[in-house]
Write a protein that binds this ligand. Structure first.
Ligand code: NAD
Ligand code: ZN
Length: 337
């Protein structure tokens, strides 16, 4: 097990990569803890949960709402939870986002931590202190920045994860390597087979490196004023593709990274050979690099980008593998080259 520290304005967070779900009692007092989980994770892992009260939510993006948060708040009141309660979210990014949000507002804020059970949550979503819920289908419209006390990343939990969900995690892992770590990118190129087979040692290294990269960015820019924007590599177009083509987040981000690499080549920042390496790695990990989508729908989706300023988006380009730069680009240029 290896631990990384995130120091946010709202407190610091210990990310424990390689720790086990079954070791929870080292970190929590069961009598004072309420677990928040979803129906799938509960079905697979309830026997390994510490003995605490459990609140269960449904699954899927559609339940990441104020209504779900409200019903959890009511259940907490029902359990008689006071300010000394500790909320332990056990699940993927959705459970983590909701748990962090509820913990930030219940009684004006109570202590909380996560056991991240998807590759995406381990490598990305559970780290960084952002949380929140969707409103009318618009993602993450309400939320706060607030760091969990700890995040446990247990690679053993990934064995039950559907393949599609594993792929979503790999897209974010490739993103972290591409923007910040050439050696990690090389490791992925050499070890993609072991990664796909969920070899615990390889996964632990990839999750650790991902968290290290995300943590160092977040430590420098917790509230996304500059540096943190680099984490959006592949995501500006990715989110638009996700909406316009109705594909999964990971697939859309993979195609978004390929498109952003091509734009980086056009701008003379990235060599064509390095863009090819990125394309090959994504393909080796089973991720798509071209997703046909209607231009008008893409345009509409880009127009709704939360991070847009007028016609301009802060677009992440690669200045070589392992090095990202953020440039202002117009939506028109993005779509028409
Ligand atoms: N806060 C952040 O910084 C941040 C960053 C990236 C993504 N996110 C959010 O994360 C969410 C997506 O997270 P996700 O991809 O983990 O999705 P998810 O939480 O929906 O989990 C995916 C599916 O896998 C199931 N599952 C979870 N763990 C399992 C396990 N060990 N075995 C079998 N099944 C399991 C879940 O029940 C669910 O059906 C999105 O809402 C996104 O906005 C947040
Ligand atoms: Zn993402």
């Amino acid at each position: 097990m290896r631990t990384l520290e995130i120091k946010g304005a709202s407190g610091s967070s210990a990310i424990r990569v390689g720790e086990r779900l079954g070791s929870q009692t080292k970190y929590i007092v069961p009598e004072r803890t309420v677990i928040i989980t979803d129906t799938n994770v509960r079905r697979y892992y309830e026997e390994m949960f510490p003995r605490c009260s459990i609140i269960t939510v449904g699954t899927g993006e559609k339940i990441k709402t104020l209504e779900t948060a409200g019903s959890i708040l009511e259940e907490l009141i029902g359990h008689g939870a006071d300010r000394s309660v500790f909320l332990l979210g056990i699940g993927g990014g959705i459970v983590c986002d909701i748990t962090g949000f509820v913990a930030s507002i219940y009684l004006r804020g109570v202590r909380y931590g996560f056991v991240a059970s998807t590759l995406l949550a381990q490598a990305d979503a559970s780290v960084g202190g952002k949380n929140g819920v969707n409103i009318r289908g618009y993602k993450n419209m309400a939320g706060v920045f607030n760091q969990p006390e700890f995040v446990i990343c247990d690679p053993e939990l990934l064995k039950t994860l559907p393949k599609k969900e594993v792929q979503c995690g790999f897209a974010e892992i490739v993103k972290h390597a591409a923007i910040a770590d050439k050696a990690m990118f090389g490791f992925l190129e050499e070890n993609y087979r072991g990664a796909l087979a969920l070899d615990p040692e390889i996964i632990e290294k990839l999750v650790y490196d991902s968290v290290r990269i995300k943590a160092s960015v977040v430590n420098r820019d917790e509230k996304e004023k500059g540096e943190r924007r680099k984490l959006n590599f592949g995501h500006t177009l990715g989110h638009a593709i996700e909406k316009a083509a109705g594909v999964s987040h990971g697939e859309a981000v993979a195609a978004g990274m390929k498109a952003a690499s091509d734009i980086s080549v056009r701008k003379g920042l990235l060599s064509a050979a390095d863009a090819k390496r990125i394309e090959n790695l994504l393909a080796n990990l089973g991720l798509p690099t071209e997703i046909p989508a209607d231009k008008q729908k893409l345009m509409d989706a880009l127009g709704k980008d939360k991070k847009r300023e007028g016609d301009i988006v802060h677009f992440v380009l690669l200045n070589g593998i392992g090095n990202a730069v953020v440039e202002n680009i117009s939506i028109r240029e993005l779509l028409h080259g």
